[in-house]
Design a protein around this ligand. Structure first.
Ligand code: G3H
Ligand code: 13P
Ligand code: ZN
Length: 311
């Protein structure tokens, strides 16, 4: 099956009350771990590449790894640009074989965000590529986005209808309490997802696919594994999986997960070296790391996404 865009995936996910996992990929073991889980559970998947990943691994290497995964994995796979920050970057990914792109203008003024998203849609749609945009600002840090808690803001439901209509985007990322990275809440703070805002948004744009970024749960078992193997992440806290499951049953059709994969991989490698201090063959520690990613994706498909057997 060739790479697909997200149109059909999201339609089925919306109607079936589940979500598709969008997992960030940076190297071969990550691509293999994710797609092995999807093959095993017969689940559709979005493999997403950030501009940081593209700088790290190179566009050609990543697209060829994904092509290989598509050959080995008989489920629908979309290749998506995560947090595209310019028209030029989106264009380069569209021209280079991606089937879906995100244009992240969430830091721009409302009208500028609309104009940029519209320009990307006008280039993407004739080429059968779907477009995600973002309204509202998540806290957290990644390569292109560095938003302090004070600057973060929930999506304003009053704007979504106008935004979607004027841009023509295929899906919309919203801010309802998730944030990027492994430190989503302060110790003592109660994690919460504003499902009331999601409900309000759903009413205004019925049947429209919603995306949640920053949706790692920072699975405690892996944080503990890091900490008992020489790491120092005592205050890492994510969004509870039960809350994400609720969102996946509603209009949320795409759930972005990167940090949980990073934690699983890093925890496994740390433990491996603690137990095998004299080993130096990368296959010996990257193999278990890949298996940990596979296990994490299986876990997400079953407990958060609900997309098992939806390929
Ligand atoms: O939200 C972004 C992803 O976690 C990618 O992070 O920009 O460090 O590759 P990155
Ligand atoms: P996490 O940092 O919560 O995994 O979020 C990833 C993400 O939103 C990628 O765009
Ligand atoms: Zn994100």
């Amino acid at each position: 099956m060739p790479l697909v865009n997200t149109k059909e995936m999201f339609k089925k996910a919306y109607e079936g009350n589940y979500a598709i996992g969008a997992f960030n990929v940076n190297n071969m073991e990550i691509v293999q771990g994710i797609t092995a889980a999807c093959k095993k559970l017969n689940a559709p998947v979005i493999l997403q590449v950030s501009s940081g990943a593209r700088k790290y691994a190179n566009h050609t290497y990543l697209t060829k790894l994904v092509e290989a995964a598509v050959i080995e994995t008989p489920v629908p796979v979309a290749l998506h640009l995560d947090h595209g920050d310019s028209f030029e970057l989106c264009k380069s990914c569209i021209d280079g074989g991606f089937t879906s792109v995100m244009i992240d203008g969430s830091h721009l003024e409302y009208e500028d965000n609309i104009a940029l998203a519209k320009k990307v849609v006008e280039y993407a749609h004739p080429r059968n590529v779907t477009v995600e945009a973002e309204l509202g600002r998540l806290a957290g840090i990644e390569d292109n986005v560095n938003v302090s808690d004070q600057d973060a803001s929930y999506t304003n439901p009053a704007q979504v209808e106008d935004f979607v209509e004027r841009t023509g985007v295929d899906s919309l990322a919203i801010a309802i309490g998730t944030s990027h990275g492994a430190y989503k809440f302060k110790p003592g703070q109660t994690p919460q997802l504003r499902l009331d805002i999601l409900e309000e948004i759903e009413k205004r744009i019925p049947n429209f696919p919603i995306v949640l970024h920053g949706a790692s749960s920072v699975v405690p078992a892996f944080v503990e594994m890091i900490n008992r193997n020489g790491g120092k992440m005592p205050d890492a806290i994510g969004i509870p999986e039960s809350m994400l499951r609720e969102a996946a049953k509603r209009a949320v059709c795409k759930i972005n997960i990167d940090s949980d994969l990073r934690l699983a991989m890093t925890a496994t490698i740390r433990e491996y070296f603690n137990q095998n201090p004299s080993h130096f063959d990368p296959r010996q520690y990257l193999g278990p790391a890949r298996a940990a990613i596979e296990g994490m994706v299986e876990h997400k498909i079953k407990t958060v996404l609900g997309c098992e057997n939806k390929a």
